[in-house]
Write a protein that binds this ligand. Structure first.
Ligand SMILES: CC(C)(COP(=O)(O)OP(=O)(O)OC[C@H]1O[C@@H](n2cnc3c(N)ncnc32)[C@H](O)[C@@H]1OP(=O)(O)O)[C@@H](O)C(=O)NCCC(=O)NCCS
Length: 191
């Protein structure tokens, strides 16, 4: 098991696994409304069985090298997570995602964690392109893409019916050579 410090504030990145189901459910319960504004994760993690099967789906992805899930712990408490929802080694393309509970937003936890994961994706795993798919109404998440130096490539207009509204999805990405340049300018914990 790994545990990677994200700074000097007690934040850590660790694998989020099936045995964390109760902890995950409690975490989602603390932020159900906030987390669910643009993404369906709270609906998937609606109870303990839902939490277990979602975690198991990521354990399966990890076993197949088709995705991964990583929790963010702050002072020993699970407060959010990062994931590679899609991971395709042959094409060198993957898609990252994230969530936090509202009490810990605004501290750079997701940006700091993603810098670690993108370093790993590009440097250790040789990926070429990391994508970020985000609702055009999700300003905090769009800001994460900006902070990571991603480029906005386009909009899938009204492609995603969610809670009775047709949302549009923005596609952002960063390529390996761009990441190398950006990382020279911005070390991991730099703001
Ligand atoms: C998307 C989401 C994770 C963004 O959370 P966030 O806290 O704004 O993002 P970060 O953790 O990267 O923190 C960035 C904020 O911390 C600040 N910050 C403080 N220290 C920082 C540091 N070391 N590095 C980067 N930012 C830092 C930034 O200025 C920024 O604050 P601002 O937006 O007021 O300028 C959050 O809104 C969320 O969980 N939403 C619900 C789920 C969701 O929509 N997920 C995304 C699906 S695409």
């Amino acid at each position: 098991m790994y545990a990677i410090s994200l700074g000097d504030d007690g934040a850590e990145l660790r694998p989020l696994e099936v045995w964390h189901a109760e902890e995950l459910l409690a975490q989602i319960d603390r932020g159900r409304e906030f987390i669910g504004r643009h993404i369906g994760l709270p609906d998937v993690v609606s109870d303990l069985d839902g939490a277990r099967s979602w975690l198991r789906s990521y354990a399966d992805k990890r076993a197949a090298d088709a995705g991964s899930l990583h929790g963010i712990w702050l002072d020993g408490k699970l407060v959010g997570g990062l994931l590679f929802r899609v991971w395709d080694t042959p094409s060198g393309v993957c898609e990252a995602g994230c969530w936090l509970e509202p009490a810990v937003a605004g501290r750079g936890l997701v940006t700091r964690g993603l810098r670690v994961l993108l370093d790993w994706a590009f440097q250790e795993r040789g990926m070429h392109r990391v994508e970020w798919h985000v609702s055009s109404a999700n300003e905090p998440s769009i800001n994460v893409a900006r902070r990571l130096g991603m480029t906005r490539e386009g909009v899938l207009r009204e492609n995603h019916p969610y809670r009775g509204v047709r949302a549009s999805t923005e596609i952002w990405s960063v390529l390996a050579p761009e990441w190398r340049v950006a990382r020279v300018r911005t070390p991991r914990n730099d703001h």
